[in-house]
Write a protein that binds this ligand. Structure first.
Ligand SMILES: Cc1cc2nc3c(=O)[nH]c(=O)nc-3n(C[C@H](O)[C@H](O)[C@H](O)COP(=O)(O)O)c2cc1C
Length: 194
């Protein structure tokens, strides 16, 4: 299998990086290929400068990897209930019509969206400093809606899983080790040994 990992966190010693490395190590160990993108390290340009029907040269590779992947893993912190701008820009510029989705004719001249992604699984890993209770009751967990409903269901992936690691500022090394160990097992179930 080919698995795409997208990481959006500016600090290389962050827990986000540890999550990404854990995924990469487990997937590779199980015999699969990984397309790995640390968007900050690559200085990904998140700005969509024009709206035309052709792909910009700098995103060709990102688009073909997205279309070619059997699994997609997105890793980033919660910033104002949203992905950091660099991840949002990757979404804006890479999830293009005829790459990630299209529209087909429906009844009464309506256009119906049709997902084009071939990946069987999408996994989103987020970190935050808000308790689960406050996030759900007060803020309504916008990242769940964005990634699950708006992006991945729309683009044809129904096997969606998201984990929100919180409260990061109160978590100690032991807790983080447990999270990484649980993640290793989970990733192994999605992308088992061939
Ligand atoms: C610009 C910015 C906005 C943030 N907004 C939120 C937020 O809306 N909700 C929240 O729980 N944490 C928020 N945080 C805290 C981050 O989610 C937290 O620092 C991060 O998940 C910690 O992960 P790390 O240990 O890998 O750096 C914000 C942090 C920054 C820098």
């Amino acid at each position: 299998m080919n698995v795409l990992i997208i990481l959006g966190h500016p600090n290389s010693d962050s827990f986000n990086h540890a999550l990404a490395e854990t995924c990469r190590a487990q997937i590779t160990q199980n015999g699969h290929s990984v397309f790995f993108h640390d968007l900050y390290k690559e200085a990904f340009n998140p700005v969509q400068n024009s709206l035309n029907n052709s792909k910009d040269d700098d995103i060709e590779q990102y688009c073909s990897e997205l279309a070619y992947s059997d699994g997609i893993i997105i890793i980033h912190p919660n910033w104002w209930g949203q992905p950091p701008a660099i991840v949002k820009g990757w979404l804006d510029r890479v999830f293009l019509p005829d790459v990630a989705y299209t529209f087909i004719d429906g009844a009464n001249d309506n256009l119906i969206p049709k997902g084009l992604l071939k990946a069987h699984t999408a996994l989103v890993l987020n970190t935050s400093n808000t308790s689960e209770e406050i996030e759900e009751k007060i803020y309504k967990d916008p990242l769940e809606t964005i990634w699950k409903n708006r992006v991945f269901h729309f683009c044809g992936i129904s096997n969606f899983k998201r984990i929100n690691y919180s409260v990061m500022k109160d978590s100690n090394i032991e807790q983080r080790k447990v999270w990484l160990s649980e993640l290793r097992k989970l990733v192994g179930t999605y992308f088992p040994k061939e």
